[in-house]
Write a protein that binds this ligand. Structure first.
Ligand code: ATP
Ligand code: MG
Length: 470
């Protein structure tokens, strides 16, 4: 069910319940007090007549007693035979006082009014009884009081006027109730529409972004800074970060395709040469084959790197178990030695350290650092590797005497596909993914990677890994 309709049902429903309770109570007390006032007059007049000697209660006397409170009186003997009556009550057939006394009626006028207690104090009476009798569509309220001197006095009042007024009041109340109901529904609909308008706008914008994939769109901020304003702000922040991630992903795919294309073009070119020229010299053949092989290796390394980064992006964690970091560094150092072509690799301070981590990934990290150090250091240079054990941290240092990194490039070297300019002339084969993978591996071990470098003098990369439990 739409929120707006639920809002109307709750708000309008509550309003209507309150309206009906208030209207019902005021109707009930109002009507009840009017009917009670009549009963009051009947009792008072009956008491008045009962105080007179029965012999003096002739019709004129009864007329006078009833005149004050506009009631009619009738006098019966002990057998219930009508003796005297006022003129008005005379038009009306005699009742049976004994029958009314036998089955006294409570206030029976109106079902709603009967629900509330009387607010008028009743005059004290013990013997009398009330009744309601109808005659030709007219209702009479009747009160019968047995007299001490044998006989009954009966006081009557027509309910005509009051019944008409109560009927009119009911109609007025019903009309007012309907107007109140309509006002409640319309009012709550208007309030709900106004309150939900910003949500509708947010919904439309979000839908249009979803359809167009245009993450540069923003949700318009409502003028007031309330919960909805806050929601719009949060959505905009989310859109900004989605936009950044989306563009980064697009750039990554574009860069990756670009990098993949270069080796493929070289391989394809060489293969076409093979196909076209039958009589290639053995020397040329070897050269072409070694180029194809070199590019194939580069291609598979690139694919492996991309796979690693895809895993990193998907949030795949690393394995965690105790590993001998010194053994890993040593293995990588030995493998690094085979990459060297004229550079000297030196193992300096080397302390045994055990940490919790992923052996294969830590070795990959070491090889990335050694590969860079060797790649960007000219033949005759030196690469020094250190492993320190500090209080709660293991520190790996890979330092070289290579070309160094320009200061302006330093903040970017951990970005994907980033390569500082001097590196390009030294090694056209790199793709700029090594250090971004190194940083991911370090962060997965809750560690930190830092670089210091001086252009033309050398570079030092430091990796700090926590020794304690991950
Ligand atoms: P890849 O490692 O993917 O083959 P790459 O070595 O160019 O390519 P990274 O390892 O990410 O990429 O390094 C990024 C850049 O940082 C390098 O291109 C280079 O400019 C610079 N760099 C990294 N290590 C060194 C270093 N030891 N000496 C000088 N420059 C370095
Ligand atoms: Mg590298």
């Amino acid at each position: 069910m739409p929120l707006r309709i639920r809002f109307v049902l709750w708000y309008g429903g509550l309003f209507v319940v309150i309206l009906f309770v208030v209207m019902g109570l005021s109707y009930a007390f109002h009507v009840r007090s009017h009917y009670d006032a009549l009963d009051h007059a009947l009792i008072t007049s009956a008491d008045h007549a009962a105080n007179e000697p029965i012999s003096e209660l002739d019709s004129p006397r009864l007329e006078r007693i009833g005149a004050d409170l506009e009631v009619s009186l009738r006098l019966y003997d002990a057998n219930g035979t009508l003796l005297e009556t006022t003129a008005k009550a005379g038009e009306f057939s005699p009742s049976s006082p004994q029958a009314i006394l036998a089955v006294p009626a409570k206030p029976p006028f109106d079902p709603i009014a009967n629900l509330v207690p009387s607010i008028l104090e009743r005059p004290h009476t013990t013997e009398g009884a009330f009744g309601v009798i109808s005659d030709g569509g007219r209702r009479w309220r009747i009160y019968v009081l047995p007299l001490k001197q044998d006989g009954y006095i009966e006081v009557l009042v027509s309910l005509d006027a009051l019944d008409r007024a109560v009927r009119a009041l009911r109609i007025v109340m019903a009309v007012l109730g309907l107007i109140g109901l309509a006002a409640a529904v319309l009012g709550s609909w208007a309030v709900a529409s106004r309150a939900l308008l910003p949500i509708t706008v947010v919904d439309k914008t979000a839908r249009s972004i979803a359809l167009s994939r245009n993450f540069s769109q923003r949700v318009p901020l409502p003028a007031r800074h309330d919960e909805l304003g806050h929601l719009a702000e949060t959505l905009n922040e989310m859109l900004a970060s989605l936009q950044a991630a989306y563009y980064a992903q697009q750039r990554f795919v574009a860069d990756a395709s670009h990098e993949l294309r270069a080796p493929l073009t070289i391989i394809q070119g060489n293969l076409e040469l093979f196909a076209r020229h039958q009589n290639i010299s053995e020397g040329e053949r070897q050269e072409m084959l070694s180029e194809i092989q070199k590019e194939t290796v580069r291609l598979s390394r690139l694919v492996a790197d991309l796979l690693t980064l895809a895993r990193a992006d998907s949030g795949t964690g690393l394995r965690q178990y105790p590993v001998e970091l010194d053994a890993i560094v040593l293995t990588a150092f030995r493998e690094g030695n085979q990459l060297a072509h004229g550079q000297t690799l030196v193992l300096d301070t080397f302390e045994p350290v055990q940490i919790i981590g992923d052996e294969d990934r830590l070795k990959q990290l070491m090889l990335i650092l050694l590969d860079n150090a060797i790649k960007y250091t000219a033949s005759g240079g030196q690469v020094r590797v250190e492993l320190h054990r500090k209080a709660n941290t293991a520190e790996i240092v890979v330092q070289d005497t290579g070309i160094g990194i320009p200061a302006e490039a330093l903040p970017h070297i951990f970005d994907r596909f980033y390569r500082a300019d001097p590196a390009r002339s030294h090694d056209p084969g790199g793709t700029g993914l090594g250090l971004s993978i190194a940083r991911w591996i370090t962060e997965q071990h809750k560690g930190r990677i830092a670089v210091t470098s001086t252009l033309g003098e050398g570079t030092a990369i430091r990796v700090f890994l926590p020794i304690g439990q991950l």
